[in-house]
Write a protein that binds this ligand. Sequence first.
Ligand code: F6P
Length: 474
Amino acid sequence: MASLSPTAPAPASARVLVASNRGPVSYEVRDDGTLSARRGGGGLVSGLSAIGPDADALWVCSALSDGDREAVRRGAGEDGVRMLAVPADVHADAYNGIANSVLWFVHHMLYQTPLEPSFDAEFRRQWARYEEYNAAFARALAEEAADGAAVLVQDYHLCLVPGMLRELRPDLRIGHFSHTPWAPVDYFRMLPDDISAQILRGMLGADRLGFLTRRWADAFERCAAELAGGLGDTRVGVHGLGADADFLRKRSHAPDVTDRMAALAAEIGEGRKAIVRVDRTELSKNIVRGLHAYAALLESRPEWRERVVHVAFAYPSRQDLAVYRDYTAEVQRVADSVNSRYGTPGWTPVVLHVKDDFARSLAAYRLADVALVNPIRDGMNLVAKEVPVVSDEGCALVLSREAGAYEELGEDAITVNPYDVTATAHALHEALTMPSDERAERTKRLAAAATALPPAQWFLEQLRALREAGPRDA
Ligand code: F6P
């Protein structure tokens, strides 16, 4: 990647730029005042490394924590990353207030509509901050991009950036990728008219828009047709991010994973089957109904008592938001109530872990008999794709038809309506009783479908399509 730091940016030299709220690195100030850096993974990281060190790539992201802001102040940034020191209060309004409490809710259809949403003066105040935050990204990208460079903007946090950037730099090739679903038009137009129009104008500033599935792309096109007079010059493409088989197979055989398998097997108990789920505790993941479905299974089919354990990993997410904290507490409460209702001295029906531990997640993937992936709505859901790749002996997948992954995996999964707890209990039974050779065969096919577009190719495919789109009419 290019050698650029926040204090001494090489002017307008980047040829490939990525923009996202969360960047590939985060900082903490240690007790002795020094900074420690933590690097993340994911599709964009693999994609950018795949284009090689000489590609003049730059990742523009936001400072998210005090440690990040301190790193920017000290000019301690990584090569190839420009972190924007967005003030903490502006970021909180844009990220917590608008991105996660409005746009995420709209695209995942999470509102309890008798009382919410209510777009009032406070919403307008936060929206102005969201515009400010998007404008900071557009300015930074405009400063850094070489003539005709390709810019790949990520997600609902930055949906105004393409339009803003086009105003500043009409020479650029601008792409935007949505990692979430897109709302159906009737839901999207809950937003105030001027705001929905502004979002669509922002998105349609891009040359190319990418979505994870045809379903989300169609929903966007419908919004554009009904509320913005069509797509104009913007093209729409579908890129179904897949699992990284090479990385997962290697990582899941590391010694820390093997250790955790032993610990987990002891928690599950000899001869018992394991129904595994692994999620960030987001409102869309449907963990609570999953627990109710498991309880319904134990109730309707008592033969499973003592013979199965539900291993649920519910990792913290967006804990600044009260509604997320409440949901996390509800997951814990329902898990406890299933355990006190059905547990026996030698059997804990639900094993719930809330501390993020990737090695333990991989251990659970390896030994799962059944994976439960039942979101009420999900852009893709990579857990559904990772489990079949890693599974030791084959794993039956119970999959929500509302997950993006359903488009590619639906045929070999046992699919469920995520709101139907009784049907989900039946699906769990069917999964638990699937003959082992069928389970192994299906897992093979699921793994092949899940790895059809690995992260590096996913990124390169978008980059190629953006460059091939050609310059648009001014
Ligand atoms: O799953 C959708 C998504 O927007 C991802 O693209 C992104 O990694 C994540 O959610 C954002 O999460 P966070 O709020 O923790 O940054």
